[in-house]
Design a protein. Structure first.
Lengths: 506, 100, 165, 475, 662
């Protein structure tokens, strides 16, 4: 019930907002904050009640959705260690975004989109029925589309449409794959856990070709969402044009849905295919890491820079996932959260400065450290978290991914590690150009520092960054069992393969 | 007796002539007449089959086809009247306001 | 004899059909069509469908075609000549298309239909009564439906034509 | 063989009402004519009620084996009746704006519905043919009902091409008759299964496909659709897009799967291609359309393609899915046309996408609801369009038409673009010119809301309708 | 005291937090007080612990304090735990001791600077990070400190962020360090892969059972780790950041870029003695890199005119020495030199800071001269330090450097060539250091009275201005808060050498002995036997060369001040090469940075990303739109053509059924 409540809260908020007159801005804002805040509190209850040490789904609720003739779809939700923190991240980011967006035009529509988006995102992370999953997966495109298209920048329409089409088309094949799995399951149920269990015990047999095709169908959807190089070009446009809140959610949560999908669905459902194609996928991931960083380095626009940096960061996550060992996968999962925090915060920061200066071009800035000390301090902390400074969150994830990768494929790890250098290069170079130097432009000299609200938005993220950096166990322990289960699933298949093709990158 | 095939082939020839006529004729009325020709070809076919099968069902069908043809003719011709009044022409190629 | 009759009227039908298509003036086309229908009526008789043959002449060639002629005369000015045909290509496409269509059709017909008519269990001569029985019993529904159909046609013609343009 | 008059009770009700309407129209004054919408509506709803009462009865034949009464037919009839009912409601406003002959209009609409119902229930090729003709001739007239250039042109094109394709249909029927010795569905099917497939039969099927393809707007027989949809009065366009197409599909489905199941291999192969071409063509061609009616016309072609996927599957779920999708499609399409109709205003002036710029500001209600319909057409979850596609594609996958489904999905991906574009215009662009404000009569508003509700109902809680559809999937 | 030793981390973190978060509202006295006291506390805790553990031997001298589990995933685990052993204690004494002095010095030096609180916050943070680096009980935790000090270095170099050069230098320092860090990180990965743990005790215990092996995984590990050291300790080829780092405030240069942070690499290699001693090629690599760096940096230093840059290159050079030491397996000697170097180099920097303060931020030595009489305390303390670094007998540097040279010669990993180059570098060192002294303090006064620095420091500041002597232009000795640390450091620069007396002196090398516990896992090597006479002989040679160098410096820069420019003119090429620092920066810029940037911008971004990938995406869209426009043409508007389509469709169906399909 808790999960359903969590799912309904933002939905109820959106409905309630729809009934409010749009002219009463403060009431609208308050409503949005209250409902998203309640959702956050609700998700804290999840954390409190979460039982570690089991890979089973928790807080499960399963009711028949419709069960007619050929079709058996259930409303089946549940979470485990993998989704727990992603849900928390979502519920945390949404109120923060709402708080940071109090000054947008047409606030009612904005908040409705935001809350609807939250429903979609939460749904994706908790759905245990494939149709339900697909439903949430697609439905959250709509509010995001509106967020970008209505409240975005000058190229917003192009970006919104591109975002929508890119990701939608990518996931279409997944639908075909889901249906195929359903029939492979004897047309009995779309239930993910049931299908998984049957695959594990061999009650469902997929021919290798079928498994591979299904794998790619799922993979493509997720890879585009991640986005894995070379499917990433929707991202810079979407990020740059989206309003601050949109960018934050996009980077903070939406991208994670791709990697979550890989971890939750691709690997357990199609372990043999995952193993078989791990090498090319890892190559793409590593290329993405380096490529994203190099391209980020030369971006003139801060947002675009951060967008490309996401490509790089998410490359680490994908790399970690396809290492099939606990270290790398836990690192990858943690890195999802990390990226959500640090990139989310970066976009918030960029949004704050954009609100003041109405530009995001690096060359328009300079010397901000003088006029905005708090801003530059927080920006520095987040920058450091983003480049993986030990002691902050980014490091733990990145390190575990690399360590795990090194155990399996040292060469990949070595190449991926250059991402660490490059991330320092582009982030610090940007930081230096924005904050250091003389404030040549008088507009930069008179900027006001952050307001209390803005600081209030950022502080939780900064604290989290430090917390994860120092006490990663808080976040790693709950996911242990779930990750181990995935690893076991893949390893079993690997061990059972008669001839193991040694295609490692060593 | 004349083999059924003969009738059928004749029907086919007439049908094709009618169909071709619809494609190549520019006068709306003639175009429509070509459709009537097609229908007649069909009727011939029906009757040929009807004889071949020794049934009258085919004839019944033809009866209905004729009725329908009559109804179509009424509506079609009034449409032609309407259109030619508007376009001041019977050239079917002039009726191309909506395209692409 | 039968065959000769068949060929005579078949040729006539095809020829007048061709005239319908080839003739530029709608009036001549209409007249040719009447000839075509008439000759087909003969063939209908030959096929034992006297009733149908009769309506073919009375209703089709008679009433419907007269309607056509009427409209042609109403609308088709003597000097009706259209502008340049912009769709010559259509003719060029249409003829091969028609040939192709015909070839396939004819070849299938040739191959599959037995050359001679099958055993005729029902007498094909003087079967009007049979038709009537079928029409008012088994095919009562379609028959009733045609009444609606004609009603529709009437309303349609009225609605379309009566309003001020 | 019994006559079983009750089998056709809904049709009888409609026919009688149609005749009465005309009588009433000649009696009533101009001011009272508009009220004729209500009896028409009542007749349609009464027909729907009858259909509901007939639901679940054991399948039987009526009128000496000419019509079926089975759940399949009943589902289709229900759908057709309700769709026409909503068309009646939106027509009322339209006619008030354009001041036309109410009596004849509604009578023709009812007659058309009779034709469609007979197509759905037909058990004999003669009935099918006559049903199609009753529908066609009514709609030829209706398409040209508004006195203007475009409707006249639309009606003409529809008519001449319709008649042309009828020729093919009839020719096809002739061959089927010739090769099987009967026009009755069950006898034909029996003859085929006992005597096997002849080339003549194939000829017949091919030619009939042309005729049905025309009605159902399958490529390349869809060619009339854009022009006719663009020119016809908006409610009639909705009717053509939804009801007429549904009837054609239902009839085609019955023909192929009940009469010609033994030719499955052949028609599946060809429909596979036709489906792909139709979907691709509809969706791609719609990309460059800026007249909303025309765009929706192409969109409806694409939807015909999706339906064909379910048909090609040739299995029970496929039939259920086609029925379900038709229902979903009815909700979203009628809803969309209802909005388009309101926005089109007098003489259908405002139909260009540019006229939709900034609509969200001017008419949030219309913009919002139209968005829902478009999103549903795009097949985004929580809407009827998604559920419908899910079932269609599932049915196809059940028959292992994987690539067909993949192509269908890709085509629907292309389609998303132009649906979104309308939303772009409505929400993300500023209005370019002053537009007269639009009146929102209550019936139209209710219809739209009903369609929105239906779109979400089928998208979120499809169980009820799905259940009906699955009961209807057996002949 | 040991159980409370974790407080050594607590104090500086508190200081950093208080100053960082609330420093804006505190007076500068409070800020400075907090900054100094926290470090002093750390120092005292360390000192007490050191005294407490001094007598312990063997395993008893090693203690681990586990604070909490930091990262644990799968097989991988890293605690946040401190390793207290002689090596870390010695390092901690240096870090906190010298750190404290520099904090005190900073109170004077930085007085009046904007962002005073920021400065002390960073400085405390640095002490914290350095402590973590030193005290970590595993490689990963060391990496925390390792990168942490890099961060502090970045922040402090960029302290004068308004100056573009400072920002550039800060960024460069961090990034170059990162390059090394990646090597280090890979080293950690390999260690974990090899030993299944990254904890020193575990790794070393396992490694101690390995034979000394040529090549192999140990070589790889050591090389990777050494890459990290090369970055951190500014060795070839990653030394380029250190000279630029002089953009930071002078005390920072003293603390971070001379005394402590840059020596982390040496510490790390020494810490990993157990690994390095079993990988002879790695040792050789370390030694060679160290030696070449020492020589090269010394050569560059000869031609520099900026006082801090000379010191910077000197630091690079001296670090090379330390690597030479550890590279020949003389880990103790390396640490010994690390310690003495910490004292005298910190002193040199602080002294130069004092000079810079007194001359209103003049850093060009050729614009100084004759400052001896104005800054006597600074002069004498700096002279001591210079003596120490130059190897003047009986000063601390003499002993440590001599130990290194002797080991370079005598160790089984060493050779005569090592010694020879090392000795020549020692001579060079003596030369450029005395050149510095002579140019700065001797000769005629070349100070421009009206010199006012323009850039950087924003306001009237610094201790010597407080008494209102600003307008005078006469350099004056800074306040005692500045000079006191100088004197303390001078004291240690003199005496620190006596804890590591050479063997021939007959007294025990107490440092060596003390540190032995920390190196107990290192492979024992059979040392070739050398006589004391040999050692003394070599030492005398060194002394002679140093003396000669000092003499030459005296002659060139005091007696014949015009001679250097003559020489420079004659050996123009060489001079320019040295002055231009071998143009390594330019080389990197031209071969690496610019090509990569250009590649990224014009190829990857503009061409590949926007052109190819996005172009493909948009191309599909454009293609669709073109298709669409094509398909529109099908809809010609002519009913006849529509009929033709239908006819064609029918024909196609026929053809399909009768030719293709059935």
């Amino acid at each position: 019930m808790l999960l359903t409540t969590l799912l309904l809260l933002p939905g109820a908020g959106a409905l309630f907002l729809a009934l409010l007159p749009g002219s009463r801005r403060s009431a609208v804002a308050a409503t949005a904050l209250i409902f998203s805040g309640l959702a956050f509190l609700c998700s804290l209850l999840l954390l409190a009640g979460f039982e570690q040490g089991t890979a089973d789904m928790q807080f499960v609720q399963k009711i028949r959705w419709f069960d007619v003739a050929e079709f058996h779809v259930s409303y089946h939700v549940g979470i485990d260690g993998i989704s727990l923190f992603l849900i928390l991240l979502t519920t945390l980011l949404v109120p923060l975004v709402a708080l940071s967006s109090l000054r947008v035009a047409q606030i009612r529509g904005y908040m409705i989109c935001l809350l609807t988006l939250e429903v979609g995102m939460l749904g994706v992370f908790m759905a245990m029925d494939l149709v339900l999953f697909y439903l949430f997966w697609e439905v959250m495109l709509i509010p995001m589309y509106f967020l970008i298209g209505v409240w975005g920048g000058s190229q917003r329409i192009y970006a919104a449409v591109k975002f929508f089409l890119y990701t939608m088309v990518g996931s279409l094949l997944m639908l075909a794959a889901i249906i195929t799995l359903y029939y492979a399951n004897g047309a009995e149920s779309f239930d993910f856990l049931q299908i998984l269990a049957r695959l594990e015990e061999g009650a469902i047999q997929l021919s290798p070709l079928k498994e591979q095709l299904l794998f790619w169908a799922f993979f493509l959807a997720f890879a585009i969402k991640v986005p894995l190089f070379p499917f990433h070009t929707w991202l810079p446009d979407a990020h740059v044009e989206a309003p601050t809140g949109g960018s934050v959610i996009l980077a903070g949560v939406l991208l994670k849905m791709g990697t979550y999908g890989l971890l939750r669905f691709c690997l357990p459902l199609f372990p043999a295919a995952s193993l078989q194609y791990a090498t090319p996928i890892c190559v793409l991931a590593v290329v993405g890491i380096i490529y994203g960083a190099l391209v980020a380095m030369v971006q003139p626009d801060v947002k675009k820079l951060v967008a490309y940096s996401s490509v790089s960061h998410l490359g680490f996550v994908v790399l970690g996932i396809f290492m099939f060992n606990v270290e790398a996968m836990e690192g990858a999962t943690l890195q999802m959260i990390n990226h959500g925090i640090s990139t989310g915060a970066l976009f918030l920061l960029v949004g704050m400065i954009y609100e003041r200066r109405h530009t995001r071009l690096i060359e328009d800035f300079g010397g901000l450290a003088h006029s905005m000390p708090h801003f530059s301090l927080l920006f520095m902390v987040i920058t450091l978290s983003s480049i993986g400074l030990p002691g902050l969150n980014g490091f733990v994830g990145e390190f575990l991914v690399l360590q795990g990768t090194f155990l399996e494929r040292p060469v990949f790890a070595a190449f991926a590690a250059t991402g660490m250098i490059l991330s320092a290069v582009y982030m610090l170079w940007m930081y230096q150009r924005v904050f250091f130097g003389e404030a040549k432009n008088p507009a930069n000299r008179e900027l006001s520092d952050l307001t209390a609200t803005e600081i209030g938005v950022l502080i939780p993220l900064a604290i989290l960054a430090l917390w994860i950096g120092m006490q990663s166990s808080t976040f790693l322990r709950p996911m242990d069992s779930s990750i181990e289960k995935v690893v076991q699933r893949v390893q079993q298949v690997r061990d059972s393969q008669p001839v193991r093709v040694d295609n490692r990158g060593n | 007796m004349v083999p059924t095939t003969h009738y059928l082939i004749l029907g086919a020839i007439l049908f094709v002539i009618g169909a071709l006529g619809v494609v190549v004729k520019r006068n709306m009325i003639t175009m429509f007449m070509c459709v009537e020709l097609m229908l007649n070809a069909v009727n011939l076919t029906f009757l040929a089959f009807s004889r071949m099968l020794g049934q009258v069902d085919g004839q019944i069908f033809v009866f209905f086809v004729m009725t329908v043809a009559a109804a179509e003719a009424a509506v079609g011709l009034s449409l032609i009247v309407v259109l030619s009044r508007r376009r001041k022409s019977l050239d079917v190629d002039q009726v191309d306001q909506m395209k692409w | 004899m039968e065959l000769l009759t068949f060929y005579c009227f078949a040729v006539l039908a095809v020829a007048s059909g061709l005239v319908v298509v080839l003739q530029r003036r709608a009036v001549y086309s209409a007249l040719a069509l009447i000839v075509c229908f008439g000759s087909m009526a003969i063939l209908f008789f030959q096929l034992g469908a006297q009733f149908i043959g009769a309506i073919q002449i009375i209703v089709y060639a008679g009433a419907i075609m007269v309607l056509f002629l009427f409209v042609v005369m109403l609308l088709d000015p003597q000097t009706e000549l259209f502008g340049r045909n912009q769709l010559k290509g259509l003719t060029a496409v249409g003829i091969p298309l028609a040939l192709l269509f015909f070839i396939v059709l004819a070849s299938r017909i040739e191959q599959t239909v037995p050359g001679q008519p099958g055993s005729t269990g029902v007498s094909l001569v003087g079967n009007t009564k049979q038709i009537a029985q079928l029409l008012f019993k088994d095919y009562l529904l379609p028959f009733e439906l045609t009444s609606i159909l004609i009603l529709i046609a009437v309303i349609g013609a009225v609605v379309l034509a009566k309003r001020p343009e | 063989m019994e006559i079983n008059t009750l089998v056709l009770l809904p049709e009888i009700v409609l026919s009688v009402t149609g005749i009465l309407l005309m009588v009433a129209a000649s009696v009533l004054g101009v001011g009272d004519q508009r009220k004729l919408a209500w009896p028409a509506l009542a007749a349609l709803l009464a027909g729907a009620l009858v259909v509901l009462l007939q639901w679940g009865q054991s399948p039987r034949l009526g009128f000496f084996g000419l019509v079926f009464q089975d759940n399949f037919a009943l589902f289709a009839k229900l759908l057709l009746l309700l769709a026409t009912a909503s068309v009646v409601v939106i027509s009322k406003h339209y006619l008030e704006q354009h001041g036309s002959n109410f009596g004849e209009y509604f009578a023709l609409l009812l007659f058309a519905t009779v034709g469609m119902c007979l197509m759905a229930a037909s058990a004999d090729l003669i009935m099918t043919f006559l049903g199609i003709e009753v529908l066609s001739i009514s709609t030829y007239v209706l398409a040209g009902f508004r006195a203007a250039d475009k409707p006249a042109e639309a009606a003409w094109k529809y008519f001449i091409l319709g008649a042309f394709s009828t020729g093919f249909l009839l020719y096809g029927i002739a061959f089927v008759y010739g090769s099987t010795g009967s026009t009755q569905y069950l006898r034909v099917a029996e003859a085929i299964s006992s005597h096997g497939v002849s080339a003549l039969l194939l000829l017949g099927m091919a030619l009939m496909l042309v005729g049905f393809g025309f009605k159902a707007a399958l490529a390349p027989f869809h060619i009339w659709t854009p022009d006719v949809y663009e020119g016809a009065p908006v409610p009639i366009t909705a009717h053509l897009a939804v009801a007429s197409k549904a009837a054609a599909f239902v009839a085609l489905l019955r023909l192929l799967q009940q009469v010609l199941p033994d030719l499955g291999v052949q028609w599946q192969a060809v429909l596979w291609i036709v489906a792909v071409v139709t979907m691709a063509l509809g969706n791609i061609a719609a990309l460059s359309q800026f007249n909303i009616k025309r765009m929706l016309a192409y969109s409806s072609i694409a939807h015909a393609g999706y339906l064909l996927v379910g048909l090609t599957a040739h299995n029970g779920p496929g039939r259920g899915a086609v029925l379900f999708y038709l229902a979903s499609y009815a909700f979203m399409t009628i809803g969309a046309f209802a909005v388009v109709q309101l926005l089109g205003q007098q003489e259908e002036r405002y139909l260009s996408l540019n006229d939709y710029s900034g609509l969200a500001r001017r008419h949030p209600f219309l913009a919002g609801t139209l968005s829902v319909f478009l999103v549903s057409m795009a097949g985004i979850p929580t809407t009827a369009g998604f559920m419908g596609k899910l079932y269609l594609f599932a049915a196809a996958i059940k028959s292992e038409f994987y690539w067909l489904v993949v192509l269908a999905l890709l085509a629907s991906g292309v389609g998303v673009y132009y649906y979104l574009r309308v939303i772009v215009y409505m929400y993300m662009r500023e209005a370019q010119a002053e537009m007269p404000s639009v009146g929102l009569p209550l019936p139209a508003r209710l219809t739209i809301l009903l369609m929105v509700a239906g779109t979400f109902w089928l998208g979120l809680f499809p169980a009820r309708v799905l259940h009906l559809a699955s009961e209807a999937q057996f002949f | 005291m040991l159980e409370y030793y974790w407080t050594v981390l607590l104090f500086p973190s508190l200081g950093a937090a208080i100053n960082g978060l609330w420093g804006r509202r505190l007076s500068s006295a409070w800020i400075g007080g907090i900054g100094c006291l926290t470090v002093l506390s750390s120092f005292l805790v360390t000192l007490l612990t050191f005294l407490e553990m001094r007598g312990l031997q063997g395993e008893e001298a090693v203690a681990e304090i586990s604070l909490f589990t930091w990262i644990q995933a799968g097989r991988f685990s890293s605690d946040f735990a401190l390793l207290v052993d002689p090596l870390s204690l010695v390092m901690m004494l240096i870090v906190t001791g010298v750190g404290f002095l520099i904090h005190v010095y900073s109170v004077g030096y930085m007085a009046g600077e904007g962002g005073f609180y920021r400065y002390f916050s960073y400085l405390n943070l640095f002490i914290l990070m350095m402590s973590i680096l030193v005290l970590a009980n595993n490689y990963l935790l060391m990496f925390v400190g390792w990168e942490g000090v890099g961060l502090c270095s970045f922040l402090l170099i960029g302290y004068y962020f308004e100056r573009k050069s400072a920002g550039d230098a800060a960024k460069k320092a961090f990034i170059v360090n990162r390059i090394g860090d990646v090597g280090y990180a890979l080293g950690i990965f390999l260690i974990f892969k090899t030993f299944g743990s990254i904890q020193y005790s575990e790794v070393f215990a396992q490694a101690s059972e390995w034979p000394v092996q040529s090549g192999g995984v140990l070589f790889a590990i050591c090389t990777l780790l050494f890459i990290g050291a090369v970055g951190k300790s500014a060795q070839i080829p990653l030394y380029v950041w250190l000279p630029d780092a002089m953009e930071g405030p002078t005390p920072v240069s003293a603390l971070i870029h001379a005394a402590t942070m840059v020596t982390a690499g040496v510490y790390m290699v020494a810490r990993s003695a157990a690994l390095y001693s079993r990988a002879p090629e790695a040792l050789t690599l370390v030694a060679v890199v160290g030696l070449v760096t020492a020589a090269l940096a010394a050569l560059i230093a000869v031609a520099q005119s900026d006082i801090k840059r000379v010191l910077a290159y000197s630091t690079v050079s001296q670090l090379g020495y330390m690597f030479l030491a550890v590279g020949v397996g003389a880990f103790g000697a390396g640490i010994f030199h690390l310690m003495t170097h910490a004292f005298f180099k910190a002193l040199l920097f602080l002294g130069s800071g004092s000079v810079i303060l007194a001359t209103h931020h003049q850093q060009d030595m050729f614009k100084m001269g004759g400052l001896k009489k104005y800054l006597p305390r600074t002069y004498w303390t700096m002279l001591i330090a210079t003596g120490a670094i130059s190897g003047v007998p009986l000063l601390s540097g003499f002993f440590s450097k001599d130990e290194i040279l002797w080991q370079a010669y005598s160790s089984p990993h060493g050779s005569l060539a090592f010694w020879l180059v090392g000795t020549l570098v020692a001579g060079l060192t003596a030369f450029y250091m005395f050149r510095l002294i002579f140019l700065t303090f001797h000769g005629e006064e070349r100070l421009e009275a009206e010199h006012h620095h323009e850039e950087g420091h924003r306001s009237a500041h610094a201790a010597n201005h407080s008494d209102g002597s600003h307008g005078g232009g006469q350099p004056r000795e800074p306040a005692s808060v500045v000079t006191l640390p100088l004197m303390i450091l001078a004291f240690f620069s003199v005496v620190a050498g006596y804890i590591g007396l050479p063997a021939w002196s007959g007294m025990s090398n107490r440092l060596e002995h003390y540190l032995h516990t920390s190196f107990r896992f290192a492979a024992e090597v059979e040392a070739a036997h050398h006589s004391h006479a040999e050692e003394i002989g070599l030492m005398l040679v060194t002394i002679a060369i140093a003396a000669l160098a000092i003499g030459v410096a005296y002659r060139l820069y005091v007696r014949e001040p015009e001679a250097p420019s003559r020489l420079a003119a004659r050996f123009r090429g060489v001079y320019e090469l040295l002055r231009g620092k071998f143009f390594v920066d330019e080389l990197y810029e031209a071969t690496l940075i610019r090509p990569v940037r250009r590649l990224s911008r014009s190829f990857l971004w503009k061409f590949f990303d926007v052109g190819i990938v996005d172009g493909a995406v948009n191309g599909v869209a454009a293609l669709m739109s073109r298709f669409s426009n094509g398909l529109r043409l099908m809809q010609s508007g002519y009913a006849r053509s529509y009929a033709a389509w239908i006819f064609a469709g029918a024909t196609l169906l026929f053809l399909y059924f009768f030719l293709g399909g059935a």
